[in-house]
Ligand binder design. Structure first.
Ligand SMILES: [Zn+2]
Length: 99
């Protein structure tokens, strides 16, 4: 999924900003997180779930920064509970683990 190829400035691919490092990348190079109606933050693999969304690079450092520095809470204007944070942390760990 991750190619490591830097996105060109001259394409029409949607660009999104990572909430952790503030770098802009192609949408597909980022993970979308969405705040559901009951205030829980979920990973949105499809990128189509309704609700306020935030994007994080497919990068362990960004993922952890987004969780640890409360960037996610700020971006999604919600409170991240301990269980929710733990679940996302584990998700990121699995998702971004090098095989
Ligand atoms: Zn990032």
């Amino acid at each position: 999924m991750v190619t490591g190829v830097k996105s060109s400035k001259n394409n029409r691919t949607p660009q999104r900003t990572c909430i952790a490092c503030r770098q802009t990348s192609e949408k597909k190079a980022l993970i979308r997180l969405v705040r559901t109606r009951n205030g829980v933050i979920e990973v949105d693999i499809s990128g189509r779930k309704p609700g306020r969304g935030a994007y994080v690079c497919l990068d362990r450092a960004c993922w952890e920064a987004a969780l640890k520095k409360n960037r996610l809470e700020y971006a999604l204007r919600t409170k991240l509970g301990d269980e929710n944070r733990q679940a996302l942390s584990e998700y990121g760990h699995d998702l971004l683990e090098e095989s």
